[in-house]
Design a protein around this ligand. Structure first.
Ligand code: CA
Length: 218
């Protein structure tokens, strides 16, 4: 899943991006208000993590703007520990939750996952489609009850398919979810990945629709 992290402190931005990537998110990092405001593909983000104190503007204004333009993914704000005003303003402007600085990564991750559950309207973390189960937190994937091992990219791809089971996913959309903006993307990597995934979970689960994309069947 793709995330936008907006954080101007270089060390914190780097550290959080690194941990989030290890937790299997594709992370875009914006470091200023101006950058975040004009970020492309906001509609492709699974969530946004937003520091309220930016050098060239207030994160609260960004929140207002995004919510007004129908950016509807979960947004978590990062606030100073002692500023209850920040939290109140942020939540009123459309943030879903907040994490205080200094950020404990485990807490951030737990709050993100809670938002995804709420967003999906589901109580359990584990996704289940047919005989496949995928746990986005532990990264465990089971096929007919047996644990199978997937590479990082295969896991990302399966996660996307299972969340959007039954829908046609065009190749470019799949690429968007698999890679970050500055990573090199090649369409044929999708084909290669799908080939590998099919061998692991069963060929018939992923249907190729010529000229349209792929569909994960329920
Ligand atoms: Ca800041």
């Amino acid at each position: 899943m793709r995330l936008l992290l907006v954080e101007d402190e270089p060390e914190l931005g780097r550290r959080l991006s690194e941990r989030l990537r290890k937790a299997d998110f594709a992370v875009d990092l914006a470091t200023t208000y101006a950058e975040a405001e004009s970020w492309p593909d906001l509609d492709k983000m699974g969530a946004i993590i937003l520091d309220l104190g930016l050098p060239d503007g207030s994160g609260v204004d960004l929140l207002h703007e995004w919510r007004a333009s129908r950016v509807d993914c979960p947004i978590l704000i990062l606030t100073a520990r002692d500023s209850w005003q920040d939290k109140v303003e942020g939540l009123n402007a459309g943030a879903d939750d907040f994490v205080v600085k200094p950020v404990r990564f485990e807490e951030l991750l737990a709050r993100l996952n809670a938002q995804f559950r709420r967003h999906l309207g589901k109580r359990a973390n584990v996704l289940e489609v047919g005989d496949l189960q995928l746990d986005p937190v532990s990264h465990e994937v089971r096929l007919a009850g047996e644990t199978i091992s997937l590479s990082r990219q295969e896991f990302r791809l399966l996660h996307l398919f299972m969340r959007r089971a039954g829908q046609v996913l065009p190749q470019p959309d799949i690429l968007e979810h698999l890679y970050e903006l500055d990573e090199e993307r090649e369409l044929n990597t999708v084909e290669v990945l799908i080939g590998r995934l099919r061998r692991k979970i069963g060929k018939e689960k992923i249907v190729t629709l010529r000229g349209l994309g792929y569909r994960f069947d329920k």
